[in-house]
Write a protein that binds this ligand. Structure first.
Ligand code: ZN
Length: 139
């Protein structure tokens, strides 16, 4: 069976890190799938999905790390194309990725205790994000 569910998130932008683990788990558990995979995907080229230990220190570390390698204020060719200001956000998204897959075993996501699924909205302004959760497997 294949199930598709959606999660909507309002972000503040500027690398807002939002823990969506409980919402993804709820979608998976709602299907009754016992064994399979869950793919999580965010629409848009300035947001990212990954897993981290969701605690304030690491959330800040991610922000500092991305600013060091892809600062918002640097000159990007993308700004010349569209007179846009979010070249860094596109590159941060491309670096982190917009999708990943989690195995589902015995009806649960196989995440570690200190491993949360997070949306990182890299854009320079608040955004409403649509995340697709597709669950494939057997009951
Ligand atoms: Zn752009």
């Amino acid at each position: 069976m294949v199930y598709t569910a959606y999660i909507e998130v309002q972000s503040k932008g500027r690398r807002d890190v939002i823990d969506i683990t409980a919402r993804v788990a709820e979608k998976v558990e709602g299907t009754g799938i016992r064994h399979g995979i869950a793919t999580v995907f965010v629409e848009g080229s300035t947001a990212a999905l990954t897993t981290i230990e969701y605690e304030p220190g690491l959330v800040r570390d991610i922000d500092i790390f991305l600013e060091q390698i892809l600062p918002y204020a640097a000159p990007y060719r993308h700004h010349e194309t569209w007179h846009d200001d979010n070249g860094a956000a596109h590159l941060q998204s491309a670096l982190l990725g917009t999708s990943f897959t989690v195995p589902v075993v015995e009806g649960k996501l196989t995440l570690g205790t200190w491993q949360q699924i997070v949306l990182i909205d890299c854009d320079t302004r608040p955004r409403k994000r649509k995340i697709t959760v597709q669950i494939l497997g057997e009951k």
